[in-house]
Design a protein around this ligand. Structure first.
Ligand code: 13P
Length: 252
């Protein structure tokens, strides 16, 4: 399966800085000559999508969004729809990030509705799942992520599953510098893989304090097909190094 390296810029960078960062990333990715088996995406804030899209034009780096609404249009103040994203050249979208779930009340049902909309519009969706620190300590990480995964895919045809990536992001590992032990991450990712028929073909990403020093250990795991990167994706040099690791370990 292809490798996928996606940068989630979260609420960082105004347009000018975003364009500069995207241009540096494009330059490094061009140099790396990633080939057909590595996909790279960056998801800036909505306000920087147009500027970053311009910087990515003609490059293999996909423009991503961090969220979207499930309806195409309507009275939904403050929301952005799939057609609006596509209009700006967006090709992929992160859905159900734990920060959306935690701070903005994003439920499993919302994630499911958004995933249906993303599929209807041909966007590559990255559905994020992960357990809290308490759930981790209680030994129920597997149960939690399976519940989130099944809810996200509820009612979605099995043959569509390979079009969706799942990011396993233990919440306690996000932005904490406390990355999940790779063996433990593999156990959870293999649980996700076997939680529904059809997921054999879906890329599964690890996310949570990924850095150039630790990414290789995740890429070596049988059920890890890439990474969803926060902090390190804001540093063009570090992000390029992550892309290089993915390229060097990509199949065939
Ligand atoms: P960090 O890489 O900063 O831990 O963030 C991970 C993340 O939340 C990506 O979506």
């Amino acid at each position: 399966m292809k490798r996928l390296v996606a940068g989630n810029w979260k609420m960082h960078e105004t347009t000018r800085a975003a364009q500069r960062l995207a241009s540096s990333i494009v330059a490094s990715v061009r140099e790396l000559d990633i080939g057909p088996n590595v996909q790279v995406a960056i998801a800036p804030p909505f306000t920087a999508l147009a500027a970053v899209g311009a910087a990515l034009a003609g490059s293999p780096v996909l423009l991503g969004a961090q969220n979207m609404h499930w309806e195409d249009d309507g009275a939904f103040t403050g929301e952005i729809s799939a057609p609006m994203l596509i209009d700006l050249g967006v090709r992929c979208v992160i859905l159900g990030h734990s920060e959306r779930r935690r701070y903005f009340g994003e439920s499993d049902a919302y994630v499911n509705a958004k995933l249906r909309a993303a599929l209807a519009h041909g966007l590559l969706a990255i559905v994020a799942v992960g357990e809290t620190n308490e759930e981790h300590d209680a030994g129920i990480a597997g149960e939690r992520v399976v519940a989130q995964t099944r809810a996200a895919f509820d009612g979605i045809a099995r043959e569509r599953l390979p079009e969706v990536a799942i990011a396993y992001e233990p919440i306690w590992a996000i932005g904490s510098g406390r990355n999940c032990d790779p063996d433990e991450a593999e156990r959870v990712m293999s649980t996700i893989r076997s939680s529904m028929p059809g997921l054999e073909g879906s890329p599964i990403l690890y996310g949570g304090s990924i850095k150039p020093e630790n990414f290789g250990a995740y890429l070596a795991l049988p059920n890890c097909n890439g990474g969803l990167i926060g902090g390190a994706s804001l540093d063009a040099g570090a992000f390029a190094e992550l892309v290089r690791l993915a390229r060097d370990t990509a199949p065939g």
